[in-house]
Design a protein around this ligand. Sequence first.
Ligand code: 3PG
Length: 395
Amino acid sequence: QTIGDLGDLRGRRVLVRSDLNVPLDGTSITDDGRVRASVPTISRLRDAGARVIVTAHLGRPKGAPDPAYSLAPVARRLGELLGGDVALATDTVGDSARHTVNRLEDGQVCVLENVRFNPGETSKDDAERAAFAGELASLADAFVSDGFGVVHRKQASVYDVAKLLPHAAGGLVEQETEVLERLTESPARPYAVVLGGSKVSDKLGVIDSLLEKADTLLIGGGMVFTFLAASGNEVGTSLLESDQIDAVKGYLATAKERGVDIVLPTDVVVAPAFAADSPATTVAADAMPADQMGLDIGPESAAAFAEAIRGARTVFWNGPMGVFEMDAFAEGTRVVAQALTEVSGLSVVGGGDSAAAVRKLGFSDGQFGHISTGGGASLEFLEGKTLPGLDVLEK
Ligand code: 3PG
C-alpha cells in the first residue's frame, strides 16, 4: 500500500517512521541527507491536511533518555527545511508526546523524542515490543513507514506498529525499493560493485550473494587488508580480521570458478599512525612495510577502479576506499566517487557513510543515479534477505 491508499487524510493523525539518524558533531548535524530525504513524504502528508507525528531514532542510546542522543537538532533542521515550526515532544509516548499530538492542527508536524529512549523499541521480547508499539499506535490513526534505513530492524516503530494501524509505505521507501530492485532483478551489464568500509565481517552475506550477480567486485577500505592477507601479502599494522581470512579465501576461489572478477588494489597509501598528520607514502600492495598501516588505496589502483566503474552499466558502491575524513587518505574515495558520476547507466551510492563521504568531498546528490539513505538496509536488500519493515507492509 502507498500513501494514496490510505484515503482522505484531512484531520487524521498520521505516525511517520523516518530515518533521521544523522551524524552529529556535538549538536550540529554534519550531514543532513537523511533529514532532507524525509521531507517529501512529510510535506505530502502535511499538504493532505494530516496531523503528522514523526518518530525516529538517533544513535544507539541504552533504552533510557540521554541528552546526547536528543532529536532536538534534527527537529530544528526539519523545521527549517519544511519552512515552519516543528514541535518536539520531550518523551516518546508519555505526557509530552500526548499533549504535543493533541495540540497539532491539520497540516502541522511534530517530532517525538528519540524512540530508542524507550526500552520497548529495540527489545528482543515480542510482548515488550508489542506493548510499546501499542502506545505509539494510540497516538495515531494511521502509520506511514518511510525510514528506509531502518527497515532491516525488527523494532517496535518499524515493524510492530504497522500491525496495529492502517499503514502504507512512504515515498522514500517506495523509491528506494524500486531502485534497489533494479540491482537485484536485472542489472544492465557489466554490473560492478565497489565495496569498502572497515569490516569484512559486516559484508560477508552481501559478498556471498554478489558472487552470483555481479561481474566485477572492486575492494577497498579497511576490509581490503583481509583480502590482501588472504592472497598471501603482508599487511603491516593495517586493520586485519584474521578470523575471516579463510572465508575470504573461499570467496576468491568461488569468484574464480564463476568468472567474477575480484579486483584488489595494486598500490596502497600507508602511514606509521592513524592520524591526519602522519607522513603518508604510496607503496606496492605486495610490499607493505611491517611498521606501517594502509589508510587508502593508491593512485594506480584508484585509476584502475575508476576505469572499471566507467565501463560498467550498473554500479553499486558501499563503503569508503580509505580514511576520507583525513585529507591525506581521501583521494581513493574521491576518484571512485568521480568515476561514479560518469557512469552512463545506473549508479547507486549505498549507505550513510558513503553518502556522507561523497557530500563531504563536494559532490552533489544529483551527480549520482541514486543515493540510498540505507546502509545496513541497502546491503541486506541486495543480499536478498527478508527485511521485517518491508515484509510487515506486504502482509
Ligand atoms: C543506520 O544508520 O544504518 C540506520 O539508521 C539504522 O541504525 P542502527 O544500525 O543503529 O539500527
